[in-house]
Design a protein around this ligand. Sequence first.
Ligand code: F6R
Length: 260
Amino acid sequence: MEVLIFDTPATIGCYVADLIQAVLGRRPEPVLGLATGSSPGPTYTELIRRHRDDGLSFAHARAFSLDEYLGLPADHEQSYRQTLRRELIDHVDLPLDRLVTPVVDALEVPERAEQYDAAIAAAGGVDLQLLGIGSDGHIGFNEPVSSLGSRTRIKTLTDETRHDNARFFGGDAEAVPRHVITQGIGTILEARRLVLIATGAGKADAVAAAVEGPLTSMVPASALQLHPSTTVLVDPAAASALSRRDYYETVQRHKPSWQR
Ligand code: F6R
């Protein structure tokens, strides 16, 4: 894995925006894999700025989300579809019908999950998949002991994850849905490039286990070790439990494009 240590989350956001901009410029119909949660926030802020100020266009792109809560009304502000609209899609020129999120009618979930993987394949596969990491080592919502070959399916969130995500639900972990639909680890590994963002001390142990630990379903993010093109971007706090700092690159000079 390529591990890059940046001074701030904002600098990570600029770097990842560069990677996404390169994909948008390189492919006629680029396919982006989007994540929700706090980690991609600075990247989305920077992409919106580039769209507004520099004309960066998403008009020919397609975007697939990693996961979605089950049991929330489709228009619930914490559903991941609404979150992605609010934090990125409604501020750029990606047509709304090109944002694909898992359909969450619970009765139909197994069938819908299969269709989700088929839709990604039909779009030509994901060019660049954004990822965060849970404090328990999850990617997407593949919690510990998920199959490393899993496909999109229903999962049950751990108490740790529901507690971590309570901040989006007024601090009430009980209000966080128990069930989700998530791309499987096998699905995620099919993306051509993986970009994992982790910031803050709460992620330090999970990052160290994923990057330096053994490949194990106990740390789903360790499956990224199998992928030929994974970049892990961390701030100093999230890097603090890595034991081999000499293996990793500290990026000090990456400047937002408007400062270069
Ligand atoms: C979100 C997702 C999760 C988050 C992870 C980290 O779509 O799939 O894996 O990336 O829980 O969340 P934050 O970034 O909020 O710390």
